[in-house]
Design a protein around this ligand. Structure first.
Ligand code: ATP
Ligand code: MG
Length: 117
């Protein structure tokens, strides 16, 4: 994510933020309440579409100009929202694939989904 700036009306909540992740890297984004962590992730996943922020996003070499969350999901970017409902009885993996379970002939393939996580 390169030089991301996001405003809600007159309020600038992200000011020229850049974030780089390598394949396989696990990264924690830490900051005070209201510092803009969720907003940055909503931009990454397409919830705030291209055009509603300044800056650019590249994923695996390609520029992403997502209009919907579907556009990023197709590329393998999946967000688990902070506030929205997780199914507590399901595992992290099951929540990630909720509604998009992998499998064949109506049988869910846990092994493949675990490998993809
Ligand atoms: N849809 C919105 N409209 C207007 N302001 C918003 C909106 N979403 C977030 N904000 C404001 O943008 C700022 C960043 O919010 P954001 O939710 O990204 O912070 P956060 O770092 O995820 O906070 P928390 O640690 O509480 O989850 C806050 O000041 C928040 O009030
Ligand atoms: Mg948040």
């Amino acid at each position: 994510m390169n030089h991301i700036t996001k405003r809600f009306g007159a309020v600038k909540v992200l000011d020229n933020v850049s974030l780089r992740l390598e394949s396989g890297e696990v990264l924690s984004l830490c900051g005070e309440n209201g510092s803009g962590k969720s907003t940055l992730m909503k931009i990454l996943c397409g919830l705030y579409p291209h055009g509603e922020y300044e800056g650019s996003i590249h994923f695996a070499g390609d520029e992403i100009q997502a209009q919907t969350i579907r556009d990023t999901e197709r590329k393998g970017i999946v967000i688990i929202h902070q506030e929205l409902a997780l199914v507590r009885q399901l595992t992290v993996m099951e929540n990630i694939f909720l509604g998009e379970e992998l499998g064949r002939f109506g049988i869910v393939d846990d092994e493949t989904m675990t490998l993809r996580c």
